[in-house]
Design a protein around this ligand. Structure first.
Ligand code: GRF
Length: 197
């Protein structure tokens, strides 16, 4: 039986699409059962729907600072889809420990840095400011600590002398699209050994 995967997005969803494309391949141990977003207007939702995947939107704004109430509304959609695995793919809301702990060992995230370097935002600017010679991306299991948790895979990207945060982000994103599907494919088959691309 294929593992059921729900994907949470906030933006354009290019990582989500990379995951859908790979799962659509037929020989994949997982299938996408839901794409959900905190932004009802994000183009990623329309792309997921066009790919034939059930979508849901729960706007976080009316909930203000009440994260638990927002998550409860989101959870209704997620639980209805009965996912085995939850993939965060550019999901820009910090999740409460209560939410995260419901999915211990079953929730993945992609982050655009070589964790443990640069958790949080502005990763590319920070790598350039530090004078690093390489950057990259990480897929990890989600724990209640932001951008922490066991590392499942990393892809390296050289930093070029002329790089700006945008040019570096674009090259890292290309690697994200290779790394996340590769990790999910293994994870869904029960293999949590980290891979390095
Ligand atoms: C990616 O760089 C991801 O690592 C970060 O947000 C970006 C999302 O891009 N967390 P997309 O929506 O998948 O195109």
């Amino acid at each position: 039986m294929k593992k059921r995967v729900a994907i949470l997005i906030s933006g354009g969803g290019s990582n989500m699409l990379a995951l859908l494309r790979d799962m659509g391949g037929g020989d994949h141990p997982a299938e996408a059962v839901l794409v959900a977003s905190n932004d009802p207007s994000t183009s990623g939702l329309a792309k997921a729907a066009a790919a034939g995947v059930l979508t849901a939107a729960v706007d976080h704004r009316p909930f203000g600072r009440d994260r638990a109430a927002f998550e409860a509304a989101l959870l209704t959609h997620i639980l209805a889809a009965k996912p085995d695995i939850l993939c965060l793919a550019g999901f820009m809301r910090v999740l409460t420990p209560d939410f995260v702990n419901r999915f211990t060992g079953r929730m993945l995230n992609i982050h655009p840095s070589l964790l443990p370097l640069y958790p949080g935002l502005h990763t590319h600017q920070r790598a350039l400011d530090a004078g690093d010679t390489q950057a990259g991306c990480t897929v990890h299991e989600v724990t209640p600590i932001l951008d922490d948790g066991p590392i499942l895979g990393q892809a390296l990207v050289p930093i070029l002398p002329e790089d700006t945060p945008d040019s570096l982000a674009a090259r890292v994103l290309t690697q994200e699209h290779r790394l996340y599907p590769a990790v999910l494919r293994r994870f869904a088959a029960g293999d949590r050994k980290p891979i390095f691309l």
